[in-house]
Design a protein around this ligand. Structure first.
Ligand code: FES
Length: 86
Protein backbone atom coordinates (compact mmCIF):
# COMPACT_ATOMS: atom_id res chain seq x y z
CA UNK A 1 0.00 0.00 0.00
CA UNK A 2 1.22 3.53 -0.69
CA UNK A 3 2.42 5.53 2.29
CA UNK A 4 2.41 9.23 3.06
CA UNK A 5 5.27 10.34 5.29
CA UNK A 6 5.81 13.52 7.26
CA UNK A 7 9.37 14.51 6.41
CA UNK A 8 9.87 16.33 9.74
CA UNK A 9 8.70 13.63 12.14
CA UNK A 10 9.21 10.49 10.07
CA UNK A 11 5.64 9.43 10.89
CA UNK A 12 3.88 7.71 8.02
CA UNK A 13 0.33 6.61 7.28
CA UNK A 14 -0.86 4.00 4.80
CA UNK A 15 -3.39 4.99 2.18
CA UNK A 16 -5.30 3.01 -0.41
CA UNK A 17 -4.42 3.44 -4.05
CA UNK A 18 -6.77 6.03 -5.56
CA UNK A 19 -7.75 7.45 -2.18
CA UNK A 20 -7.84 11.16 -1.41
CA UNK A 21 -4.86 11.90 0.85
CA UNK A 22 -6.86 14.21 3.12
CA UNK A 23 -7.50 11.75 5.97
CA UNK A 24 -3.90 10.54 6.07
CA UNK A 25 -2.62 14.13 5.98
CA UNK A 26 -5.02 15.11 8.76
CA UNK A 27 -3.61 12.29 10.89
CA UNK A 28 -0.11 13.57 10.15
CA UNK A 29 -1.13 17.03 11.38
CA UNK A 30 -1.82 18.98 8.19
CA UNK A 31 -4.47 21.63 8.98
CA UNK A 32 -7.62 21.76 6.83
CA UNK A 33 -10.44 24.26 6.58
CA UNK A 34 -12.66 24.43 3.47
CA UNK A 35 -11.59 21.01 2.02
CA UNK A 36 -12.62 22.35 -1.41
CA UNK A 37 -9.42 23.86 -2.76
CA UNK A 38 -10.49 27.42 -1.96
CA UNK A 39 -8.84 28.63 1.26
CA UNK A 40 -5.23 27.41 0.92
CA UNK A 41 -5.01 26.18 4.52
CA UNK A 42 -3.86 22.69 3.52
CA UNK A 43 -0.79 23.71 1.47
CA UNK A 44 1.92 21.03 1.55
CA UNK A 45 5.36 20.75 0.00
CA UNK A 46 5.95 17.45 -1.76
CA UNK A 47 9.51 16.40 -0.97
CA UNK A 48 9.42 13.06 -2.79
CA UNK A 49 6.93 11.15 -4.92
CA UNK A 50 5.08 13.97 -6.68
CA UNK A 51 4.59 11.52 -9.58
CA UNK A 52 2.47 9.41 -7.23
CA UNK A 53 -0.18 12.12 -6.81
CA UNK A 54 -3.08 12.94 -9.12
CA UNK A 55 -2.83 15.82 -11.58
CA UNK A 56 -3.23 19.38 -10.33
CA UNK A 57 -6.86 20.47 -10.07
CA UNK A 58 -8.10 23.75 -11.53
CA UNK A 59 -8.35 25.12 -7.96
CA UNK A 60 -4.67 24.34 -7.39
CA UNK A 61 -3.69 25.94 -10.70
CA UNK A 62 -5.75 29.03 -9.79
CA UNK A 63 -3.81 29.19 -6.51
CA UNK A 64 -0.48 28.94 -8.39
CA UNK A 65 0.34 25.55 -6.90
CA UNK A 66 2.61 23.15 -8.79
CA UNK A 67 3.58 19.46 -8.55
CA UNK A 68 5.91 20.17 -5.62
CA UNK A 69 3.46 22.49 -3.85
CA UNK A 70 -0.01 21.02 -3.53
CA UNK A 71 -3.28 21.45 -1.70
CA UNK A 72 -3.69 18.28 0.36
CA UNK A 73 -7.49 18.40 0.02
CA UNK A 74 -7.19 18.11 -3.77
CA UNK A 75 -4.83 15.14 -4.17
CA UNK A 76 -5.42 11.46 -4.67
CA UNK A 77 -2.56 9.03 -4.23
CA UNK A 78 -1.52 6.53 -6.87
CA UNK A 79 0.42 3.33 -6.22
CA UNK A 80 3.58 4.79 -4.68
CA UNK A 81 4.90 6.64 -1.65
CA UNK A 82 4.85 10.37 -1.03
CA UNK A 83 6.90 12.40 1.43
CA UNK A 84 5.49 15.76 2.49
CA UNK A 85 6.39 18.78 4.61
CA UNK A 86 4.07 21.46 5.94
S1 FES B 1 -8.59 22.96 3.05
FE1 FES B 1 -9.02 24.78 1.96
S2 FES B 1 -7.77 24.55 0.21
FE2 FES B 1 -7.54 22.64 1.19
Amino acid sequence: MPRITNQKTGESIEAKEGEMIRNACEELGVPFCCTNGICGTCMIDVIEGEENLSELTQNEIDMERDKKHRLACQCQIKNGDVKIEF
